[in-house]
Design a protein around this ligand. Structure first.
Ligand SMILES: Nc1nc2c(c(=O)[nH]1)N[C@H]1C(S)=C(S)[C@@H](COP(=O)(O)O)O[C@H]1N2
Ligand SMILES: [Mo]
Length: 464
């Protein structure tokens, strides 16, 4: 039970200001939270629960804090970029997404997927660094301690869930997800980010001290951190109390001897610096080999990207084919008419559409799954069609597909996008008539918009 001596504890750490001033009183509601719970029989303390079971010097507060910080930053980037993607697709009244710069969504969504993939090795390393805490003894010290451990379960569960479902979605492996990916991934993101904020808040003292020393200087920092945190954590007793197991944070104390001097690592063993470097390199390699699906210069080394942005009919990937959308016949029906449902309804044949002024734009398709590819599109300005149907300047429209049912068979074109001169009802792609899988006879292409909102096989434009 005596995990460490009082000797390495600095006077400041053994009397931290938090303990002196701000601890719950012995009678307040805090007292219940911090009352010691009875310890389970010592006989249960076997196997991984043994005191000496976890000895790797690679597990220190310092490595845990650095890895935690990188996981935190990665999740923050994923959260913000994911939130942007969600808001664009389901915009509340206050949210206006601009049509320029044309590649902005490509950057935010590319970052979302690349960062998510790069976070996998970081999270694995972080979990490896801290998982001995699963076996801390006693399993629960106080009610507050038990609540803290439960909240970690939520944090780890939500974080793993986000990375796993994100990868499954990019891999388009929906059969193993018995829920609707988009909604679930969105709400779990809030749980994950909330749990991260709570976790960081509760560990600030450890994190600050853990980060304040060089990586390989493991002499007294861990013990100091432990003492401080134990004291703050565990107001029931004095900081250096020998009965305090301090297992909350001291997975790295194994390198501290009774006198607080570091144990020498055997020559040739992986150092902490080496461990962190290996993790960083792995994460970087994953990022680079994912990024090729959206950064053309890296496409040759794409391993984790599911799409080569150059592969597919007319040099562009296809997500939903004409066959799977059930439009094989309707799309090539000679009686096809584009219906404009507005103040002045119109029916336009393909020949009529081809007879209107044609424009050429260079714009990317940016799939939410992270791949994107730039192409040259030619067709009619949507603004011209809106004028034809006499839609008011501030009017919005829904673009509807020949495809019946399906989540992406229609999309809303907001005022920011529908009058933009780059927003086309495209008839041609890279110099040819649209391939049927790219939306023949006509598809929407607008700047700075998720792929799911670039509706293919358009049959109707409808005023809202
Ligand atoms: N009608 C319809 N349009 C659609 C879809 C769809 O399922 N149905 N998928 C969208 C998605 S998810 C993407 S990424 C783009 C891909 O366009 P592309 O196949 O021409 O590359 O089309 C979009 N347009
Ligand atoms: Mo997509």
């Amino acid at each position: 039970m005596v995990r460490k001596p009082a000797s390495p504890v600095t006077p400041a750490a053994s009397q931290p200001p938090e303990v002196a001033s701000g601890t719950p009183s012995a009678t307040g509601p805090g007292a219940l939270l911090h009352r010691r719970l009875p310890e389970p029989p010592a006989g249960f303390r076997q196997g991984p629960l043994r005191e000496e079971a976890w000895r790797s010097p690679l597990r220190s507060e310092r490595t845990a804090a650095l890895l935690g910080m990188s996981v935190g930053i990665a999740f923050a980037v994923c959260f913000v970029t994911g939130l942007i993607s969600h808001l664009i697709q389901q915009p509340p009244g206050w949210f206006l997404w601009p049509s320029r710069p044309v590649n902005l969504y490509r950057v935010t969504q590319g970052l979302h997927v690349i960062t998510g993939f790069a976070a996998i090795p970081l999270l694995l390393a972080k979990l490896w660094t801290v998982y001995p805490k699963l076996f801390e003894w006693p399993p629960v010290r106080t009610v507050a301690h038990a609540v803290g451990r439960l909240s970690l379960l939520v944090l780890v569960g939500a974080a793993i869930f986000q990375l796993v479902t994100g990868v499954l979605n990019v891999a388009r492996w929906y059969t193993v997800m018995p829920f609707f990916f988009t909604t679930t991934h969105y709400w779990t993101a809030w749980i994950a980010i909330g749990a991260i904020v709570v976790h960081v808040g509760s560990k600030l003292a450890v994190i600050r001290l853990g980060l304040s020393r060089p990586v390989d200087d493991d002499a007294t920092v861990d013990a100091t951190v432990d003492a401080t945190v134990d004291a703050a954590d565990d107001a029931a007793g004095p900081a250096a109390e020998s009965a305090d197991t301090g297992t909350d944070t001291d997975t790295g104390t194994d390198t501290t001897t009774e006198t607080g001097r570091p144990v020498r690592e055997p020559a040739g063993a992986l150092s902490r610096r080496g461990f962190l470097t290996a993790v960083a390199v792995t994460s970087g390699v994953v990022a680079l080999t994912t990024a090729g699906q959206t950064i053309p210069a890296l496409s040759a080394i794409t391993v984790f990207g599911q799409r080569d942005p150059n592969l597919g009919p007319q040099g562009l990937p296809v997500n939903k084919s004409a066959v799977s959308a059930g439009v094989l016949e309707t799309a090539v029906d000679p009686t096809y008419r584009l219906r404009l449902d507005g103040p002045r309804p119109q029916l336009l044949s393909l020949a009529a559409l081809r007879g209107m002024p044609q424009y050429t734009v260079t714009l990317p398709i940016t799939c939410v799954e992270g791949w994107s590819a730039t192409a040259e599109w030619a067709g009619i300005r949507v603004a011209d069609l809106l004028d034809l149907m006499e839609l008011p300047e501030d009017g919005e429209v829904t673009v509807v597909s020949l495809q019946e049912g399906g989540l992406y068979s229609s999309s809303v074109l907001s005022t920011q996008h529908n009058r933009d001169p780059l927003t086309l009802l495209a008839l041609r792609l890279n110099g040819e008539n649209l391939h049927i899988d790219h939306g023949y006879p006509a598809r929407l292409i607008a700047p700075n918009r998720p792929g799911v909102m670039q509706t293919k096989w358009v049959s109707r434009i409808e005023a809202i």
